[in-house]
Write a protein that binds this ligand. Structure first.
Ligand code: FAD
Length: 508
């Protein structure tokens, strides 16, 4: 039976957002129980072991990794990256061309500016615009509350004046896509790189902010990768007395008279509570668990129109060699193939490789893991998966093809391969439930960039005691957003209950 006053909250999903909502919920005296369909915490922030290698499927950079940043305070609260070594790399990534030219996206913007101008003097105008755009975003990094008062004051004043001075410019950048900006360059490599570095329809604003965080050394790589981060959130949550039920898929959110009162699992068991939070996939939550009954026109239109981070063919390869000659980088490097090839449903002329030569914990000594992320069409894989044999064959074919293509770049590569692992949109869907296998929810595009200023509602119209958090209510997604989203939600629930929001456990 439902007892509306018992302070109990059911949370669907143990990804970053669900775990964070659980942690802040416990800190504020709520009785929380997370139901997670998988047998592990973390959702998309995950990795898996194969033949002694770790295939990491998430973290490249963690915004908020610097102890000087306000976001880091939040990580302290939830127990993230407490004793983790953080590496700030000199390179974001580099692009190689067959004629030996190398275009490097350095994380230090002064070095980046110098290099880009040397690389293509004829593109001075868009290069300087890009660099100035990054400079504009540099102050938008809230200082840690632990910073000495004068330093905090200066930083906050800079943030405020930056906002007042650059508000209009930011609006303009939000409306420019990467593709539109890329087309401003005369040099074909720069054009290609600006299109490839993120996604063509992505708002340039996102790229500017990322480079600003990288320059500020506030978007480092946590050694050990994704899974230890998810496990540390789980540990924090459990240490606060929170409970998690794994292998528990929620099928339905039970409502009574416009009020969420509980959930039903796929095994038919029902659980009741005062409030329900879904930190799971947005589409499944709204249109399946709630049967579309609480979606107004605006919500429906978002799900119809806003483009998603695509789904991926995600290939992990373990090789018995090192790559000391390749500089450490946040996102790897991209090289041109001898000739275009079909991989999955798409013809590709370059291969983008992420080398884990910066994280020795990912492979046995003297060996390395490489990952390759290829955007792909969900429907193509959905159809293919109807025939299990054809689907498995395609995965093998792709692994063979990638190894052959890597041999173009690294002679004798294929003889050094010890592990190969291919995931598809079906894998992403099966393990995380994300709509169309998307790897980060909604893209920030000119159509929805306003949410950077005014976040989406965490409630649905006409349904009380129900809330959402995570990447489907925070376009742009990402791990910091997951934590912030869980925090924002519990804070607003505390406000509803006229409780003072607490970020340390105190007496529960
Ligand atoms: C390849 C890749 C690279 C990335 N790189 C970065 C990066 O460098 N930096 C960064 O910040 N972010 C990165 N991200 C994005 C980041 O991982 C996600 O945005 C973030 O993890 C989303 O967290 P979430 O909690 O909102 O959602 P999810 O992680 O999707 O969590 C949702 C949880 O709900 C569970 N669930 C779903 N349906 C049900 C159900 N019916 N019943 C019970 N449980 C259910 C799922 O199993 C999952 O555990 C990357 C992601 C990928 C895949």
């Amino acid at each position: 039976m439902n007892d509306a006053n018992d302070n109990s909250i059911i949370i669907i999903g143990a990804g970053f957002a669900g775990l964070s909502a659980g942690i802040y919920g416990r800190m504020n005296g709520y009785k929380t129980r997370i139901f997670e369909m998988h047998d592990k915490p973390g959702g998309l922030c995950t990795s898996w072991k194969r033949k002694g290698y770790t295939v990491d499927c998430c973290i490249h950079w963690l915004v908020g990794s610097s102890q000087e940043s306000r976001m880091h305070d939040m990580y302290d609260e939830v127990g993230l990256i407490k004793d983790t070594q953080i590496i700030n790399m000199d390179e974001y990534m580099h692009f190689e061309s067959p004629d030996g030219r190398i275009l490097t996206f350095y994380t230090d913007i002064n070095r980046l500016e110098k290099h880009l101008l040397e690389f293509s003097p004829g593109d001075r105008e868009p290069i300087l615009e890009f660099i100035n755009g990054i400079k504009m975003c540099l102050p938008f990094d809230q200082p840690s509350k632990h910073a000495p008062f004068p330093k905090r004051l200066v930083k906050q004043a800079r943030l405020l004046t930056g906002f007042i001075k650059n508000g209009n410019k930011m609006q303009k950048w939000m409306k420019v896509t990467c593709e539109e900006f890329a087309n401003r360059f005369k040099d074909p490599m720069l054009r290609k790189a600006f299109n490839e570095i993120w996604f063509p329809e992505f708002s340039m604003m996102f790229m500017l902010f990322t480079f600003a965080y990288l320059h500020n050394k506030n978007a480092g790589y946590p050694v050990g990768g994704s899974m230890p981060m998810s496990e540390s959130l789980e540990e924090r949550y459990k240490s606060l007395g929170g409970t998690i039920s794994y292998n528990s898929r929620v099928e339905k959110i039970i409502t009574e008279n416009g009020k969420a009162v509980g959930i039903r699992l796929s095994d038919g068991k029902e659980h009741f509570c005062s409030r329900v939070i879904s930190a799971a996939d947005g589409y499944t939550t709204i249109f399946k668990m709630l049967e579309g009954k609480y979606a107004d026109e605006k919500i429906k239109s978002n799900y119809e129109k806003w483009p998603l981070f695509p789904s991926l063919i995600f290939v992990g390869i373990g090789v018995n060699r090192t790559f000391n000659e390749i500089p450490l980088s946040v996102s790897g490097f991209s090289y041109e193939l001898k000739e275009p090839v079909m991989i999955g449903e798409t013809e590709r002329d370059r291969l983008w490789v992420h080398l884990y030569n910066h994280d020795p914990s990912m492979a046995p000594s003297g060996k390395t893991v490489l990952t390759i992320m290829l955007a792909t069409d969900y429907d193509y894989w959905k159809k293919l998966a109807e025939d299990k044999t054809a689907y498995n064959q395609k995965k093998e074919e792709i692994a063979d093809k990638i190894i052959e293509l890597l041999e173009q770049r690294f002679p004798r590569f294929s003889s050094q391969v010890e592990m190969r692992d291919v995931s598809t949109p079906m894998t992403f869907e099966r393990y995380t439930g994300n709509w169309k296998g998307s790897f980060e929810g909604w893209l920030i595009t000119p159509d929805n960039a306003h949410v950077l200023m005014k976040p989406l509602s965490q409630k649905l119209p006409g349904l009380s005691n129900f809330y959402m958090c995570g990447q489907w209510v925070e376009p742009g997604g990402g791990l910091p957003t997951g934590v912030m989203s869980g925090r924002r939600l519990i804070k607003s629930i505390c406000r509803e209950d006229r409780r003072k929001f607490k970020t340390d456990p105190g007496k529960i």
